[in-house]
Design a protein around this ligand. Structure first.
Ligand code: 2NL
Length: 342
């Protein structure tokens, strides 16, 4: 009996020292301890040699030992599973899957370029909400109630509250800046605007604009011309020719539109320049004094110029995109052409 107990203690130490070493060694362990001719079976066979009065005590010890041997076997099997999970059947030395990288949208490319060019002239970027109220989109900008730009046909109004609308231009952002900030003000306002138009190659219910505003002491029409001339030279190249034509905008006086010589046909005549050799790219003017006063800016002390341009139009001239619908159709064949543009 004493000998048997010593033997069991040795087996216990042996079991404790066994570690997981692959499926073969787990099976060897099972055969050695739990097999039909294994240690546990043999120890139970020794029961017949144990004196009757010790049988109960020995039986308990044997049962505990059997449980210990079985528990070890279960834990060896478990660690086998864990090892398999940790080492999935893949070859880590193979090259990875290629991730298809997106491209920047041409509108974003041109917008970023505009921001960069005006940034070098000290203009910062201002942004505002796309859902506006009547005051910021129209009234404060000198657009009287009967002005055609306020026409129901052009403006998307919000049903629940007709004082709210989708901004029709980004001038509303400038209005918000003038409300809060005193001159000097030198900002550009790029963003999406909405008009109730039938969608075609030449019109869309939303498009993008960049407007600009410079208000300070002694800002002149000469500053306006030179700023915009610098802009188109940077955008289209030093050889660009410009032309200013008198025009009308409700927020500026005097007002002018700026044309550049057609980048598509070089002046020979095409349908982008309507065979004139000139393409209109922006509207501009000196900020109407009445508007400065709307924002409590002293129009005797301060003057300013402002301008607005459609980003789609600049894009059309730069990348020869002649259908506005392409910008919002998300056709991958169109978008991936801009993969190398930054
Ligand atoms: C165009 C013409 C223009 C402005 C926008 C403006 C804004 C403020 C004050 C004065 Cl807050 N003017 N904006 C001025 C002249 C022309 O846009 O053809 N846009 C696409």
């Amino acid at each position: 009996m004493e000998q048997l107990l010593q033997q069991i203690e040795k087996y216990k130490q042996e079991i404790a020292a066994v570690t997981h070493n692959g499926p073969d060694s787990t099976e060897a362990y099972r055969i050695k301890f739990l097999g039909t001719k294994g240690i546990v079976k043999n120890l139970f066979a020794e029961m017949k040699n144990v004196p009757n009065e010790k049988k109960k005590e020995f039986g308990q010890i044997l049962n505990e030992f059997k449980q210990l041997a079985e528990a070890k076997y279960e834990s060896l099997k478990k660690s086998a599973g864990a090892t398999e999970e940790a080492a999935p059947d893949i070859d880590l030395s193979l090259p990875g899957d290629e991730l298809p990288l997106g491209t920047r949208h041409p509108i974003s490319l041109v917008k970023n370029e505009i921001i960069h060019i005006f940034g070098r002239l000290g203009f910062s970027v201002a942004e505002g909400p796309e859902i506006e109220d009547d005051w910021h989109n129209f009234t404060s900008l000198n657009l009287p109630g009967d002005h055609p730009a306020r026409d129901m046909q052009d403006t998307f109004y919000i049903h629940k509250n007709p004082d709210w609308l989708l901004r029709t231009h980004t001038s509303s952002v400038q209005a918000r800046v003038m409300e809060k900030q005193k001159p000097p003000i030198r900002i550009i306002c790029p963003g999406r605007v909405y008009r109730n138009e039938t969608i075609s190659a030449r019109a869309h219910c939303f498009f993008h604009q960049t407007e600009g505003l410079y208000v300070d002491e002694n800002v002149s029409f000469a500053d306006l011309k030179q700023t915009l001339y610098f802009f188109v030279q940077e955008m289209f190249g030093k050889d660009v020719k410009v032309r200013f034509r008198p025009s009308y905008f409700p927020f500026t006086e005097p007002s002018a539109e700026m044309d550049i010589n057609c980048r598509i046909c070089g002046g020979v005549g095409c349908n982008v320049c309507k065979h004139t050799g000139w393409v209109e790219i922006l509207g501009s003017g000196m900020v109407h004094p009445k508007m400065l006063e709307n924002f409590n800016i002293d129009s005797n002390k301060y003057t300013g110029f402002a301008f607005g341009m459609g980003i789609e139009r600049i894009c059309q001239l730069k990348y020869r995109i002649n259908d506005l619908r392409l910008y919002s159709q998300n056709d991958i064949r169109f978008l991936k052409q801009f993969i190398s543009a930054v």
